[in-house]
Design a protein around this ligand. Structure first.
Ligand code: PLP
Length: 441
């Protein structure tokens, strides 16, 4: 390919992720600063943050404790490897995170993103079965409509066709459960829908088809976020847990969105009383400030892999930036902020108000479903004939012009604001979204 001289400010040098690049360049949406509940756009307008950035800024923007901790950390220990060396705060953070999750999820593997957390959890599941002499268990079961990030493991168990179709045959031996989106039974659900627990029984069908001796793990998002906000039907996760137990299959929760308060508790596992064997987290762990993820691992899994190892290094996996000292500082300060301000409790207390506000939009034009749980809601609009996602895209653009950052997945508006949002700001957000929906063609 011929090279050419570029101007340094050519915007198209940045190939933007999950973005309509050509469209963006014609009409860019640029933010240049953020504080508390607001972004500031390049032209100086305030934007109410209806999405906590990308489901991650749970405590709001520019929080002083986090800013200070990051500044101090980078000056003191800018980098330290976690391979064969350690630094104190990473151990402290691992203990803090483990203490926030239920059961024996006592060990923490650090990553830099949700995608890495998912792929790490899948690899730990495979290594666990091998360590117990059940190396035939290599199959991974995901779910239709699931989003598990963009690594090859994550897109293999993921169930969003557009994220998979360009990338070849993916991981071998993966199968999928049916998704739980059933508007004919569950439209306009508030919290966990009543219908759908039986969809978990499909796992029995997959066990019959593949035999339990070939299945390593099932991975699900307790609440599917990126595919349009799908709360779990009542009893569904419990049933998955029971079937996994019956057949010696590990259950992995992808809590990249739900962990750290989104549903009004530290985790969906705690809130719903269902105990997973592994949990993938990221996002809210550092309030979005510095990339970091963490995989919670059950004590029995950690013990089995470390004790069965025939080599001094027990698990050949890791990232240059696993336990990065600056990310650790951001995470510790974030967890302090959540605790000091009681933000998970605040999310739980605000949720009914937030849910009332979202369900008040049900009679607006083109609204075909609204699903909510905790501080997250999906408002689904009917697609324009022959142009799916267009209505959603225009909603996002109009909201940006009118003063709010909202997220859309297809034609579903997904709102998940920081937990510091006030009731007045909830009213403002939904009034703005209602106006957008009314004015959309
Ligand atoms: N898993 C879930 C449930 C997610 O929602 C996301 C991101 O939205 C990911 C994994 C991937 O996280 P990341 O973009 O940090 O790789």
């Amino acid at each position: 390919m011929a090279s050419s001289v570029r101007t340094t400010n050519a915007m198209d040098a940045f190939w933007m992720p999950f973005t309509a690049n050509r469209r963006f360049l014609k009409d860019p949406r640029i933010v240049k600063a953020a504080k508390d509940m607001h972004y500031t756009t390049a032209d100086g307008r305030k934007l109410l943050d209806g999405t906590a950035g990308l489901w991650c800024v749970n405590a709001g923007h520019g929080r002083p404790r986090i800013v200070e901790a990051v500044s101090t950390a980078v000056a003191e220990l800018d980098y330290a490897p976690s391979y064969q060396f350690g630094h104190p705060t990473a151990f402290e953070l691992a203990g803090r995170i483990a203490s926030m999750f239920p059961g024996d999820l006592n060990h923490v593997f650090f990553t830099n993103s949700g995608s890495e957390s998912v792929d790490t959890a899948l690899k730990i599941a495979l290594a666990y079965h091998q360590s117990r002499g059940e190396g035939t268990r290599t199959r991974l079961i995901g779910r239709e409509r699931a989003y598990h990030g963009v690594g090859f493991g994550g897109i293999s168990v993921g169930g969003i066709a557009t994220n998979r179709r360009h990338f070849g045959s993916l991981l071998a031996g993966v199968d999928h459960l049916p998704h739980t989106h059933a508007p004919e039974h569950n439209a306009f659900s508030r919290g966990q829908p009543a219908w759908g627990a039986h969809l978990a029984d499909d796992l029995e069908r997959l066990v019959t088809l593949h035999d339990a001796s070939t299945i390593a793990a099932v991975i699900v998002e307790p609440l599917a976020g990126s595919a349009g906000v799908l709360p779990p039907p009542k009893g569904y996760l419990e049933r998955l847990r029971a079937i996994c137990d019956k057949h010696g299959i590990l259950l992995i929760f992808d809590e990249v969105i739900t962990a750290f308060g989104r549903l009004g508790a530290a985790s969906a596992a705690e809130l719903l009383g269902v105990q997973p064997d592994l949990v993938a987290t990221a996002k809210g762990l550092t309030n979005g400030t510095i990339p970091m993820g963490a995989v919670l691992v059950d004590a029995a899994i950690y013990k089995s892999i470390t004790e069965a190892a025939k080599t001094p290094i027990e698990f050949f996996h890791g990232y240059t930036y696993s336990g990065h000292p600056v990310a650790v500082a951001a995470a510790l300060a974030t967890l302090d902020t959540y605790a000091e301000e009681g933000l998970f409790q605040r999310a739980a207390e605000l949720a009914p108000y937030f849910e009332d506000a979202t369900h008040a939009l049900r009679d607006l034009p083109n609204v075909i479903d609204i699903r909510s749980m905790g501080m997250v809601t999906g408002i689904e609009l009917s697609p324009r004939p022959g142009a799916p996602s267009e209505r959603g895209f225009e909603a996002m653009q109009m909201a940006f012009e009118r003063g709010a950052m909202i997220r859309v997945t297809g034609d579903t508006i997904a709102l998940s604001p920081p937990f510091i949002i006030s009731k007045d700001q909830i009213d403002e957000l939904f009034a703005l979204v209602a106006g957008v929906i009314r004015d959309l063609k």
